[in-house]
Design a protein around this ligand. Structure first.
Ligand code: MN
Length: 211
């Protein structure tokens, strides 16, 4: 697990590999500038607080209430920004896979009725985020799939909801290509979901729920 000093690692795919759904310039700016800024701000916040330098990104988020009040808000915002972006980028892959494979697919069908109904439900939620934030597919502690929204850089792990997928609906995630049409971006995002990663995350989340 990473801790201070946090670094921006290259994406496991090329910036243009999500074309035509998400354009290369958006990916480049999003990764090399937006994420980088959260990393830089998080490092700057922790710079003069050596006691917290060995805390993992997750611990900084979970245990932010234990941090000095002076840096708490900054850590919550910036660690959240790093976590949410890394999760988002790792959940994407080119290739235009239309439907999820595996056990997660069965769970989605069982929970939402069908993959199409899930898509509609998820899209409606993502469209309804007011201002900036994320929409997530999570597994709760009772092992139920849920779709939830978080504002700004709020994570789900702070609320013990185990994340499987997230879509960044901040305007910087789509404005260059989709302008103000968030709904079109959401539709395109469904074509670049890394379902193998989602399946892995689902299997991992299942270990933490109580039946
Ligand atoms: Mn973003």
């Amino acid at each position: 697990m990473q801790s201070y000093e946090f670094k921006n690692t290259p994406l496991p795919y090329a910036y243009d590999s999500l074309e035509p759904f998400i354009d290369a310039k958006t990916m480049e700016l999003h990764h090399s500038r937006h994420l980088q800024t959260y990393i830089d701000n998080l490092n700057a916040t922790l710079k003069n607080y050596p006691a917290y330098r060995n805390w993992s990104l997750e611990k900084l988020i979970y245990d932010s209430h234990k941090l000095p009040i002076k840096i708490r808000k900054s850590v919550e915002r910036n660690a959240g920004g790093v976590y949410n972006h890394e999760f988002y980028f790792a959940g994407l892959l080119g290739g235009d896979i239309k439907e999820p494979p595996g056990e997660l697919a069965k769970k989605i069908n069982k929970t939402f009725g069908s993959y199409d109904k899930f898509k509609t439900f998820f899209s409606t939620n993502a469209s309804s985020v007011f201002g900036s934030g994320y929409t997530w597919l999570v597994l709760d502690s009772m092992c139920n799939l849920r779709v939830i929204n978080t504002p700004n850089q709020r994570t789900t792990i702070a609320d013990n909801l185990c994340p499987i997928l997230n879509i960044d609906v901040w305007e910087h995630a789509y404005y260059l290509k989709h302008y103000n049409k968030r709904a079109d971006y959401i539709t395109d995002w469904f074509s670049v979901i890394n379902w193998d990663m989602a399946e892995k995350r689902y299997q991992n989340c299942k270990r933490f729920c109580r039946f």
